[in-house]
Design a protein around this ligand. Structure first.
Ligand code: UD1
Length: 425
C-alpha cells in the first residue's frame, strides 16, 4: 500500500484536464453486455475501478480491445458476442459495488444471472434491494442464496412500472438497462437524474434503445429485441472537477479546469460562489480563483442531482474547515459518510457531528499530520486539507484515490503542489 506525502501551503496555479467520469464509465461498460455487437467507449478514465469492471466483463467472456485515444483517457471496445458465464463472483464484486450493474443487462439478454451481494461498505450498508425490486417488476424471479442474487427470466423480461421509493443512481441504471430488452413498455418513476444516468441513456439510445424522458425523473422505455454496435464518449467527471475547484480555492490559487461542462456543476458552483470562490467561463474551460474576502462558511445539504452531490461533501468540509465563520454540512444520502471528520480533526479542523449534520467552525490554519484515507472521497478531502495545511501531511491507504482520481499526483504537481507517493512503511 502506498502513502502520499504533501508539503502544504503552495497555491495551485495552472490547468487541469478533467478525465472521463468514473460513475458514467462503469455503467456504460456494463451496458456492453446488452448487445452481441461491439460497444466502443472513448475518454474512459484510467482508474482501478475501470480495471476491476474490465476484469469482471472479461470473466463473463467479453472481448476487450484497447486502442490509443487521441485525447486523454483510453478508448476500449467491448465485444459481448459470446458470453461464457453469467456469474459475477464475490471476489470482484466486493472490490467494487458497481459490479452489481451487470445483473440487469445479463438477465435481460440471457434470461439468467447470478451476482454476489456487495457486502458492507465503508460509507454505510448500501443494499441492492431497489435493484432487485425493480428487476422483479420486469418479471425477473429473484432468489437470495449463499450471498448471491440469482435472477431468472426464462422467457425474457416484460415491461413494467417501477416507482423507486427514493432516488438510487445504481438501481435506475440497472433497471433502465434491463428494460431496454424487455418486451413492451416500462415506466421508471422517481428515477435518478444524475448526468451519469443521462450519459448511459444516451449511449443506450445510440445502441438502438427507445428511451423517452432522458434527464427527467420519469423514464419511459419501449423494449427492443436487440441492441447494436455504437461508439460513445464518456462525459467529463464533475466530481473530479468539483474536487479540483475546491483544491484551487483552499490553496488560494488559480486553476483552469477543462474537459467538463459547466452546466453539470451548477449547484456546486452556486455554493462555491457563495463561499467566496470566483468561477469564470473561459475559452479553455472554467477558471477558479478566490475573491478578496477569502473563504466564507456556507451551509450545505447533500441531495440527489441537481442538488449538491454527496461525492463532494467531504472535500467541501475540508474547504469549510479553513473558512471564515461556520458551516453546517448535512449528509442525506449515506448514513456513515463523516469518516473524514476525525482525520480532519487531527489536522486541526474544528468539526462537531450531530447525527446527519456536521458543524464546521473555520480555523485560521490546518497543520500537517499523519492521517488515514478511509474511502474514496474522504481521501480526496484529506489531500485538499494537506495542500492548504502548514507543514507535512502523510496520507496512508491512498489506494482509495486510485479508484476515482486519474493521475492525481501528476495533475496536482504540474500545478505547483509538492506531493510525492511512496510505499507505506
Ligand atoms: C452512486 C455513485 C456514488 C454516489 C451515489 C450517490 C456510482 C458507481 N456510484 O452510487 O459515487 O455517491 O451514487 O450519488 O455511480 N440504496 C438502497 N437500496 C438500493 C440502492 C441504494 O437503500 O437498492 C440507498 C443507498 O444505501 C444510499 C442511497 O440509496 O443511501 C443512494 O444510493 P445510490 O444512488 O444507489 O448509490 P450508488 O448507485 O451505489
Amino acid at each position: 500500500m502506498d502513502q502520499i506525502i504533501i508539503q502544504g501551503g503552495n497555491p495551485l496555479k495552472g490547468e487541469i484536464a478533467i478525465s472521463g467520469a468514473k460513475n458514467a464509465a462503469l455503467p456504460l461498460m456494463a451496458a456492453s453486455l446488452l448487445s452481441p455487437e461491439p460497444l466502443t467507449l472513448r475518454n474512459l478514465p484510467r482508474l482501478a475501478d475501470v480495471v476491476t469492471m474490465t476484469q469482471l466483463l472479461e470473466q463473463h467472456g467479453v472481448q476487450i480491445n484497447s486502442s490509443a485515444d487521441s485525447e486523454n483517457g483510453s478508448s476500449i471496445t467491448f465485444n459481448a458476442a459470446k458470453i461464457s458465464n453469467t456469474l459475477a463472483p464475490y471476489d470482484l464484486v466486493r472490490r467494487m459495488r458497481a459490479s452489481a450493474l451487470v445483473l440487469g443487462p445479463l438477465v435481460a439478454r440471457f434470461g439468467e444471472a447470478k451476482v454476489s451481494l456487495p457486502g458492507g461498505c465503508a460509507i454505510g450498508t448500501r443494499p441492492v434491494d431497489l435493484h432487485i425490486k425493480g428487476l422483479e417488476a420486469l418479471g425477473a424471479e429473484i432468489e437470495l442464496d449463499g450471498g448471491y442474487v440469482s435472477a431468472r427470466a426464462q422467457k425474457g423480461l416484460v415491461g413494467g412500472k417501477v416507482i423507486f421509493p427514493f432516488v438510487s443512481v445504481g438501481a435506475t441504471e440497472n433497471v433502465m438497462m434491463a428494460a431496454c430488452l424487455a418486451r413492451g413498455e416500462s415506466v421508471l418513476m422517481n428515477a435518478a437524474r444524475e448526468p451519469e444516468v443521462t450519459d448511459l441513456a444516451n449511449c443506450l439510445v445510440a445502441m438502438g434503445a427507445k428511451i423517452d424522458g432522458i434527464g427527467s425523473d420519469t423514464l419511459i422505455i419501449e423494449g427492443v429485441n436487440r441492441l447494436s454496435a455504437a461508439t460513445h464518449r464518456v462525459i467529463g467527471d464533475r466530481i473530479e472537477a468539483g474536487t479540483y475547484a475546491m483544491a484551487s480555492a483552499i490553496t488560494g490559487g488559480e486553476l483552469t479546469l477543462s474537459g467538463v461542462s459547466f452546466d453539470l456543476l451548477e449547484t456546486v458552483f452556486k455554493v462555491l460562489s457563495q463561499s467566496g470562490v470566483v468561477l469564470e467561463k473561459t475559452r479553455g474551460g472554467t477558471k477558479v480563483s478566490l475573491d478578496q474576502g477569502g473563504l466564507r462558511g456556507v451551509d450545505v445539504m447533500t441531495e440527489p442531482f441537481p442538488g449538491f452531490p454527496t461525492d463532494l461533501q467531504a472535500q467541501f468540509m475540508a474547504m469549510m474547515s479553513v473558512a471564515n465563520g461556520a458551516a453546517m454540512i448535512t449528509e442525506t444520502i449515506f448514513e456513515n459518510r463523516f469518516m473524514h471528520v476525525p482525520e480532519l480533526a487531527r489536522m486541526g479542523a474544528n468539526v462537531n457531528v450531530h447525527g446527519a449534520s456536521a458543524m464546521v467552525r473555520g480555523v485560521e490554519n490546518l497543520a500537517g499530520a499523519e492521517v488515514m484515507a478511509t474511502d474514496l472521497r474522504a481521501s480526496s478531502s484529506l489531500v485538499l486539507a494537506a495542500l492548504a495545511a502548514n507543514g507535512e501531511t502523510i496520507i496512508r491507504r491512498v489506494y482509495h484515490l486510485d479508484r476515482g482520481y486519474e493521475q492525481i499526483q501528476e495533475k496536482l504537481s504540474a500545478c505547483g503542489a509538492i506531493i510525492e507517493r511512496k510505499p507505506d512503511d
